[in-house]
Design a protein around this ligand. Structure first.
Ligand SMILES: NC(=O)c1ccc[n+]([C@@H]2O[C@H](COP(=O)([O-])OP(=O)(O)OC[C@H]3O[C@@H](n4cnc5c(N)ncnc54)[C@H](O)[C@@H]3O)[C@@H](O)[C@H]2O)c1
Ligand SMILES: [Zn+2]
Ligand SMILES: [Zn+2]
Length: 391
């Protein structure tokens, strides 16, 4: 089959690789109809995530048709149309029982590697480095789905297009979880850093969960326009103003009740010296992150508010404002998304017409054009918000 393979920093190639096959009775093989490129893939593309090997198959947002099922996979049959959540979860360990699917204790065969860096290992993730299990990803013609009796959700409504349901695999639940973690109360003001696909779903979700005002922060006008489309009431171009100052002005001096960070380790700072400082430290491995948005979110949040970090970080950051966090009683919540939890409730919101997730898509490309898709998405060219690949 054809698959998108990581082949070193800033290079992916679509290559011929062996077809996946069932390895356990709980596996399924899915023929992929749509798969997307995520901001998380950019961290791999940029070479900031350790334990990637040349030839690793990328991709963790995918859907398609079941073509083979293991003997123990009840509830799924050949021909079913499914969306697959990006974390791999067994459904029965202590973490899965708590609904913390991205913390599954049974799905990461390389747990020891992750423990060295993070103390404990998170769940396995499709196409996301050896440290998160070394699983082949879904930017390919086929994928093996472990624990297929637990993860995939069947899409029975034929009226729903792939673009409407594909993002149940990751970014819609992720944006939603980012907002849900903020325990939004009527009248709340929520600020969202990053108007990429995750930020856009965080904005839409904050509105669905009752926020009165949602302020979107980015530097790309076309993304801030999308943010308005998603429901943002105000937008800030962080290259033009001091974000914490404007947020104070917009909130009577108090700061937003909740801040959702949807930027991650490739954060950018408008001031070239500040940006350059963290960029150099990251490139020379003196820190693993560019923490601009996290710092700003903490410093901007009102006393006792919540900062929800959905952007992906890998290791250790500099100048983390622990003093502001501690003295002002801010709560930080974060995590890889427990996608399984949100599949059914969010599918119901799509079916009822409350949200149509396809609004984030800017590009459809054939799988063979994955290298072009990565470049467009990374450099935000051609008003790119989200690339969907069709094998
Ligand atoms: N927690 C999870 O489960 C999960 C799931 C999916 C994605 N993610 C992460 O979410 C993050 C966003 O993903 P995406 O697909 O939307 O990526 P993206 O690259 O399209 O979006 C990031 C946006 O942040 C903006 N940005 C950069 N610096 C900023 C700053 N200082 N202030 C405000 N905005 C800034 C960029 O201009 C860009 O529009 C990534 O780190 C990704 O890995 C996390
Ligand atoms: Zn993703
Ligand atoms: Zn589990």
């Amino acid at each position: 089959m054809r698959a998108t393979c990581w082949s070193g920093r800033n290079t992916v190639q679509v290559e011929e690789v062996p077809d996946p096959r069932l390895l356990t009775d709980r596996d399924a093989i899915v023929r992929i109809t749509s798969t997307a490129i995520c901001g998380s893939d950019l961290h791999l593309y940029d070479g900031y995530v350790p334990s990637m090997t040349k030839g690793d198959i990328l991709g963790h947002e995918f859907m398609g048709e079941v073509v083979e099922v293991g003997k123990s996979v009840g509830g799924l049959g050949v021909g079913d149309r499914v969306v697959v959540p990006f974390p791999i979860a067994c459904g029965s360990c202590g973490m899965c029982a708590r609904g913390l699917f991205a913390g599954c204790e049974n799905s990461n065969p390389h747990a020891g590697m992750a423990e060295k860096m993070w103390g404990h290992a998170p769940a396995g993730i499709f196409g996301y480095s050896s440290m998160t299990g070394g699983y082949a990803g879904g930017q390919a013609e086929f994928a093996r789905v472990p624990f297929a009796d637990v993860g995939p959700i069947k899409i029975e409504n034929e009226d729903l297009t792939d673009d409407q349901v594909l993002f149940l695999s990751d970014i819609f639940p992720t944006g939603y979880m980012g907002a849900e973690l903020c325990d939004i109360q009527p009248g709340d003001v929520v600020a969202v850093w990053g108007a990429g696909p995750v930020g856009l779903f965080a904005i839409a979700s904050a509105i669905m969960l009752g926020a009165e005002r949602v302020i979107a922060i980015d530097r790309f006008d076309y993304r801030l326009d999308k943010a308005r489309e998603a429901g943002a009431t105000d937008v800030i171009d962080y290259t033009q103003v001091e974000v914490p100052v404007v947020l104070k002005e917009l909130t009577g001096g108090r700061g937003p009740d909740a801040c959702i960070e949807c930027v991650g380790m490739e954060g950018h700072h408008a001031h070239p010296i500040v940006h350059g400082y963290d960029r150099v430290k990251q490139a020379t491995r003196l820190e693993t992150e560019r923490p601009h948005a996290v710092r700003e979110a903490i410093l901007s949040c009102r006393n006792g508010g919540t900062v929800s970090i959905m952007g992906v970080y890998g290791g250790f950051m500099d100048k983390f404002p622990i003093g502001s966090l501690m003295n002002r009683g801010i709560t930080i919540k974060t995590g890889q998304c427990h996608v399984h939890r949100y599949l059914r409730p969010l599918l119901a919101r799509i079916e009822s017409g409350e949200i149509d997730p396809s609004f984030v898509v800017s590009h459809h490309l054939p799988l063979e054009d994955a290298p072009e898709g990565y470049e467009l998405f990374k450099h935000k060219q051609d008003n790119c918000t989200k690339v969907v690949l069709r094998p």
